[in-house]
Design a protein around this ligand. Structure first.
Ligand code: HEC
Length: 136
C-alpha cells in the first residue's frame, strides 16, 4: 500500500464516521400543521390519542364538528369555527384551558380539566391542532 492509498483509506473511513454520526435528517417527517417553529409536530401516536380524547370527551359538549352544539349549556361550549375567537386566542391559552379546565383560567367550571394531559404535551398539541382545524 503506498502512502497515497493509505491517505485515501483514512479519509474514506473518516468520511464514513462523519456520515454515521452527522446530524442527519429530522426523525419525524409528519406534516407540521399550523404549529409554530418551537412546537414540534405531534407524532402519529399523539394525534391518535387526541382523536380518542376528542371523540370520547370534548365532542360531547363541543360537537363532532366543533360548532359547540354537542350539549346545551350556559355558557355555550365554545364554537371552534368562530374565526374571531380563533384569532383572539393563543395556543398557550388553549393548552391552559384544556389541561386546567375553565375554572383555572377564570371561565366556566362546565369546561372540565384534563389533568391526565399535563404530562402529555404532544397530545395537547394535537388537540390544539384539531381545534385550529375547525377554524380553517
Ligand atoms: C361538559 C362539557 C364540556 C366538555 C366535555 C369539554 N368542554 Fe370545552 N368548554 C365547555 C364550555 C361550557 C366552555 C365555555 C366556557 C366559558 O366560556 O366560560 C368551553 C370552552 C372551551 C374552550 C374555549 C376557551 C376560550 O378561550 O374561550 C376550549 C379551547 C375548550 N373548551 C376545549 C375543550 C377540549 C379540548 C375538550 C376535551 C378535552 C373540552 N373542551 C371538553 C364545555 C365542555
Amino acid at each position: 500500500m503506498n502512502s497515497k492509498t493509505s491517505l485515501s483509506l483514512v479519509l474514506s473511513i473518516a468520511g464514513t464516521f462523519l456520515v454515521a454520526c452527522g446530524g442527519g435528517a429530522p426523525e419525524s417527517s409528519e406534516p407540521s400543521g399550523a404549529q409554530g417553529p418551537s412546537a414540534p409536530a405531534p407524532s402519529a401516536a399523539a394525534i391518535a390519542a387526541a382523536e380518542v380524547k376528542f371523540n370520547g370527551l370534548c365532542a360531547s359538549c363541543h360537537g363532532t364538528t366543533g360548532l359547540g352544539d354537542g350539549a346545551i349549556l350556559t355558557p355555550k361550549p365554545r364554537n371552534y369555527t368562530d374565526l374571531a375567537w380563533q384569532a383572539s386566542v393563543t395556543d398557550e391559552e388553549l393548552a391552559a384551558i384544556i389541561v386546567g379546565g375553565g375554572l383555572s383560567v377564570g371561565k366556566s367550571a362546565l369546561m372540565p380539566p384534563s389533568p391526565d394531559l399535563a404530562d402529555q404535551p404532544e397530545v395537547v398539541a394535537a388537540l390544539i391542532a384539531k381545534i385550529r382545524s375547525f377554524g380553517k
